[in-house]
Design a protein around this ligand. Structure first.
Ligand SMILES: Cc1ncc(CO)c(N)n1
Length: 224
């Protein structure tokens, strides 16, 4: 590959940063869900913290939608992102239902530092100074880590406890996978025509997302 080959930049980056990507998508927390050994208190901690994260992810998604509408040459982008926002609406309701099932009091969950930092990073990406290419690349990466992680839980040979199957289905299902692919195509198309400066920033943001995802799983396991 030539150094300036911009075809499927996301694929190139995931290869280049493979170790951290595998760290985010095959984390011990995910592996423990897959093999059924998951510590339920860790799962509940994840549930409460992720609810806080998802609430911050909604305005981020809205900011990506706004940027798509303003900056994209392809009006289909808005439809893809709108579909993602619709899914987030379901997701917020699902968290409330799931929290009741596990007796997690969502309104008394205190955001942990890792989560606060990640949400603050999302907020920085909402700035109008961050262009559509950077925003959509981060958006794709965030959704894809969950898709890859939970899809792995559902693969052959898994021993997920019944009461956690719905969680894995939520992000591991095929249509969420297609949605992530649609986001990836958009990101690749944008990255192909981006300036070198934007390209460099998008790569840094991708790394920040992957690191934050690893930390988020660590936090869920009570390790930070
Ligand atoms: C921490 C985290 N990353 C990604 C997603 C996917 O939406 C999520 N719900 N939470």
């Amino acid at each position: 590959m030539e150094a300036n080959d911009r075809t499927e930049m996301t694929v190139t980056w995931l290869k280049k940063h493979r170790l951290i990507y595998v760290g985010a998508t095959r984390h011990p927390f995910i592996l423990s869900i897959r093999d059924g050994s998951v510590d339920i208190s860790a799962f509940k901690r994840w549930l409460g913290q992720d609810y806080i994260f998802v609430r911050a992810f909604v305005p981020f998604a809205a900011s990506v939608l706004l940027k798509a509408w303003k900056e994209s040459d392809d009006s289909c982008d808005v439809d893809v992102i709108l579909g993602g926002i619709a899914a987030l609406n379901d997701e917020v309701e699902w968290f409330k239902k799931e929290a009741t099932k596990w007796s997690v009091a969502l309104n008394s969950v205190v955001s942990q530092k890792v989560n606060l930092d990640y949400c603050r990073f999302l907020e920085s990406l909402m700035s109008p100074d961050v262009d559509y290419t950077q925003a959509i690349t981060a958006f794709w990466a965030i959704e894809t880590v969950y898709q890859e992680s939970f899809a792995h839980c559902l693969e052959d040979g898994s021993k997920i406890p019944d009461e956690l199957k719905e969680t894995c289905q939520r992000w591991g299902n095929a249509s969420f996978g297609q949605y992530c692919h649609a986001l990836q195509s958009i990101a690749d198309r944008q990255l192909k025509k981006a300036s070198d400066d934007v390209l460099a920033k998008a790569e840094v943001n991708l790394l920040r997302v992957l690191e934050s995802e690893v930390e988020f799983w660590n936090m869920s396991r009570g390790e930070v």
